[in-house]
Design a protein around this ligand. Structure first.
Ligand SMILES: [Zn+2]
Length: 292
């Protein structure tokens, strides 16, 4: 199902998982009981009665006149993720669902990674004969060098209890060894109308991906914004942010830049509506879903 169109570009959403994944006041440590209650009242099913955040884990399939591109690759199958039972050694129908969307793995020309957290790189690789190998044999994987270097250094320190270090080992290094990784500047332009922009904070090298075509603009925001609750309360940073102060600054700047601009915002974890416009709401913001 087409989520958005930008001239000759079309975007589909490929969902791997969608469920109430995290406890709101753990995920956003600064969230007060009043803010949670307000969020529950205003955001309906996006926060459960029990106070959990409904989260989607999806990729975007981006078709351009030249290329078939996958943006972020979710959690992946057969990956050990100790301490996270909902994500540990999971088996989903991601590849079959990709085929149902009309795309075989060998048809992917590029995988673009907004950042290298475990829930964004999982399907970079898959398990074959006991080894993780690139899932998309003909793809180049576009990764910001700043982001790669940060996790490479973390990996070198050897903290194997860190989920992101584990995923660097099983979902990023095999891509590098297969010479399918392309490390780029964080303002890299892949083709006309498709350009990275640095947005550090959640991770040091996180990039958002700007798309422009047919007079329309859009932004794949990765994890610069996790949940609609952060539009209501822009000061709420996620516990997984490398730098919770910097992420607040870059997140608010992103919201300010795109509020009432008509740009179609496409975050990595928003359930439907996954594509929408940022609207002003007093000192804060709201999200208004759009159709293609
Ligand atoms: Zn994420």
């Amino acid at each position: 199902m087409t989520l958005a169109r930008f001239g000759d570009f079309s975007v589909d959403r490929l969902v791997e998982l969608e469920f109430p994944a995290f406890v709101t006041r753990e995920f956003f440590p600064a969230c007060t009981a009043d803010e949670l209650a307000e969020g529950q009242k205003r955001l309906g099913p996006l926060i459960t009665d029990g106070g959990d955040l409904l989260m989607s884990f999806h990729s975007f399939i981006l078709r351009t006149p030249k290329h078939t591109i996958l943006i972020d690759t979710c959690c992946g199958n057969d990956k050990p993720r100790p301490g996270r039972p909902a994500f540990d050694m999971i088996k989903t129908n991601y590849i079959a669902d990709l085929a149902a969307a009309g795309v075989k793995p060998e048809q992917i020309d590029y995988v673009m990674c907004t950042h290298l957290h475990w829930d964004h790189v999982g399907w970079n690789t898959r398990l074959v004969d006991g080894r993780f190998v690139p899932t998309f044999p003909n793809a180049k994987y576009i990764i910001a060098k700043r982001e790669y270097d940060y996790w490479d250094a973390m990996y070198a320190k050897g903290d194997r209890n860190n989920m992101h270090v584990l995923s660097f080992e099983d979902s990023v290094l095999p891509i590098k060894r297969a010479e399918q990784a392309v490390l780029v500047a964080d303002d890299f332009e892949l083709e006309k109308g498709l350009k990275l922009e640095p947005c550090p904070g959640h991770t040091p090298g996180l990039v958002v991906i700007n798309i422009e075509g047919g007079g329309k603009r859009g932004v794949f925001t990765g994890d610069a914004i996790h949940h609609q609750l952060q539009l209501l309360f822009p000061h709420l940073s996620c516990r997984a942010d490398t730098d919770m102060v910097q992420s607040t600054t870059t997140r608010r700047a992103l919201m300010e830049k795109h509020a009432e601009s008509g740009a179609v915002i496409m975050p990595a974890h928003f359930p439907m509506p996954t594509a929408g416009n940022i609207v002003r709401d007093g000192n804060a913001f709201g999200f208004k879903g759009v159709t293609p």
